[in-house]
Design a protein around this ligand. Sequence first.
Ligand SMILES: CC(=O)N[C@@H](CCC[C@H](N)C(=O)O)C(=O)O
Length: 377
Amino acid sequence: MGLNPFVSIRRDLHKIPELGFQEFKTQKYLLTYLQTLPGDRMEIETWKTGILVKVKGLNPSKTIGYRTDIDGLQITEETGLEFHSEHEGKMHACGHDLHMSIALGVLTHTILNPVQDDVLFIFQPAEEGPGGAEPMLASDIMQKWMPDMIFALHIAPEYPVGTIALKEGLLFANTSELYIDLKGKGGHAAYPHLSNDMIVAASALVTQLQTIISRNVDPLDSAVITLGIINGGTAQNIIAENVHLEGTIRTFSDENMQKVKQRIEDIIEGIEKGYQCSISLDYGAMYHQVYNNEELAREFMEFIAGHTDLTVHECKEAMTGEDFGFMTRDIPGFMFWLGVNSEYGLHHSKLNPNEAAIEKAIEAAVKYIEYKGNKKS
Ligand SMILES: CC(=O)N[C@@H](CCC[C@H](N)C(=O)O)C(=O)O
């Protein structure tokens, strides 16, 4: 027996991960697939490297939105899979290959079995950064086709296949990227008194930044500062003049985000004085928290529990970020976790989701769209 076509599509997409707003091959692949579907019920528009597909309903009174992200991550794959990434240093390590193949499965079914309402499929670029959802929402085409409700999923390595997880209200955190450049005075390793060593300054800065979480954030609330990149220096016997840091901040409230940022700025000021250097700070992209519309999330949980063999788990909020949060800010909607049972987690070079989850997710989304899209409201 051959592979399920959407598993096969997932494998094709897995081979060609591309970073945010560079998803040219991905866009071409998706458009080529869309051309194989009957065109009479479908309108297709592109937006940057993204795609919007409106599937016309039989007698529409509303539009249901379904969103998938399409970008990959900057990480070298180590899964050893036969269909591993062909793009050096890039990998679909956050499951967007599965997200896309599921979206195509749901779209295909909806074209062949139209519901009363219109269904808008959104293939959104740059979720990992710098963020495609916010500018896409502001685009003319999105403004014209704005759905009345929207939903999306994200793979969850920690849950078994056959489980979905979500909750009403807050699901994912507010995020802000963090880019820090320290500039001092380089020199000979043997003459530290004539230089300002940025490796030493950066080390102090990294440790002090972590005290914001332990000393400034209410222990009953939560926040994260993670630095994922530290680069500096040129040789083992040269005092480093420059160090570059990159990271991310996560909080569950805007107030905490403001507080953490203020403390980062205070600490940077102290390091500048203490280590006689200059430091530049840039917050990069910021994502709005994913907040699930209570009524829709509850209705979805009950519907899935009652009409599929999936297990519905009510989960806690997570410190992951998602620019889908801008969509749930502007459109009533929700996101859910899809169990894919991988030993290695999101953003890991060995992430290996169980592909059996693809069919489960297509079935859940299709049934829900049939229910919502044929329901008068
Ligand atoms: C689901 C997921 O892993 N999303 C990313 C979103 C990244 C946002 C931004 N680039 C940042 O790092 O702040 C995540 O890392 O949570």
